[in-house]
Design a binder for this molecule. Structure first.
Ligand SMILES: NC(=O)C1=CN([C@@H]2O[C@H](COP(=O)(O)OP(=O)(O)OC[C@H]3O[C@@H](n4cnc5c(N)ncnc54)[C@H](OP(=O)(O)O)[C@@H]3O)[C@@H](O)[C@H]2O)C=CC1
Ligand SMILES: O=C(O)[C@@H]1CCC=N1
Length: 280
């Protein structure tokens, strides 16, 4: 690896960069970061991780092997526009942007590029991301391997078709928030059932970890595992019957579908924005 440049230095960029450094995949001196105008953040990243920060594109793009696009989707077209003259087919472009298609990235750059589109999640900050990766046909085998190696430093990876990335976003990109929302409910219930919120949270976190490990290691289906907890006429049955009454499973399915649909819509809106901008 010659040089890896992050365009955008927010929470996702920091989490991925920290994983790469911790796993010694690339030397910290080979990692460069830039953002829109937050010099303080670049100074902080330099001090904390020993990476380089710069606003000078000539400097950033000298000997670059790969760039990681890590700005908000709404800023993507402008950000790619600023760097497009430095991009070419030899530089691998890796995107972590939700809903921004490979086609849109190439259209914003005005040229064909080797693009890898990924969907990680915020658990990358503790090397526990679930990252799906899609590639276009200009990506070489070694570039594909590089992307896999990079994202394996922050957790699990799987290759998918680009069309599947909206669904991945609905499940695992946004997924951590669904679990946090559930834990908020546990905390809210604590006082009413006579437990300290902190203790309720700690008990539930261990319950989540245990259940996640069971799901990952057991041959049994989630339904079978649920039935093993549920004694006839017992406490779990009483609890689950309330979830059924409130149609929680149905609500959860709607939640995943809404997030997936929103990812699709964001992609279409950006693509349309580009088409309109390019009209003479
Ligand atoms: N948060 C999440 O759970 C997940 C997010 N993603 C995706 O990751 C991406 C980044 O999200 P997140 O890290 O939360 O965002 P942040 O808001 O934390 O960071 C965005 C960064 O982009 C920079 N930026 C904006 N415009 C430009 C530009 N023109 N040139 C260079 N840098 C620019 C900002 O700079 P400045 O501070 O100077 O404005 C900032 O450093 C998003 O596209 C999101 O869809 C993917 C998976 C999960
Ligand atoms: O909410 C979002 O749009 C981003 C993408 C996936 C998780 N967070």
């Amino acid at each position: 690896m010659k040089k890896l440049v992050f365009i955008g230095a927010g929470s996702m960029a920091e989490a991925i960069m920290a994983g790469i450094i911790e796993n010694k995949l690339i030397n910290r001196e080979q990692i460069w970061m830039t953002n829109r105008n937050n010099q303080q953040k670049l100074d902080h990243l330099k001090k904390t991780y020993g990476v380089n920060g710069s606003y000078n594109y000539e400097e950033l793009f000298t000997d670059v092997e790969a760039v990681i696009l890590a700005m908000k989707p709404k800023d993507a077209v402008a950000a790619i526009g600023e760097i497009k003259s430095f991009l070419n087919k030899e530089i691998l472009v890796i995107s972590v942007l939700a809903g921004v298609s490979i086609e849109t990235i190439e259209a914003a750059a005005g040229k064909q590029l080797a693009v890898i589109r990924t969907m990680p999640n915020t658990s990358a900050a503790i090397n526990q991301s679930a990252t799906a990766i899609a590639v276009n046909d200009r990506v070489t085998r070694s570039q594909k391997q590089l992307a896999k190696d990079l994202f394996e430093t922050v957790g699990f990876t799987a290759f998918v078709n680009e069309e599947q990335l909206d669904a991945v976003t609905g499940i695992s990109g946004s997924g951590p928030a669904y679990i946090y929302y559930l834990v908020e409910a546990v905390e809210k219930s604590a006082a009413e059932i006579g437990l300290e919120p902190k203790l309720a949270k700690d008990l539930f976190i261990q319950t989540l970890l245990g259940a996640a490990s069971m799901l990952a290691s057991s041959e049994k289906s989630p339904e079978q595992l649920r039935m093993e907890v549920t004694s006839p006429g017992g406490t779990t049955e009483a609890g689950i019957s309330m979830l059924q009454k409130h149609e929680v499973q149905k609500a959860f399915i709607s939640c995943i579908k809404a997030a997936t649909a929103h990812s699709e819509q964001m992609g279409k809106a950006l693509s349309l924005e580009l088409t309109v901008t390019k009209q003479p």
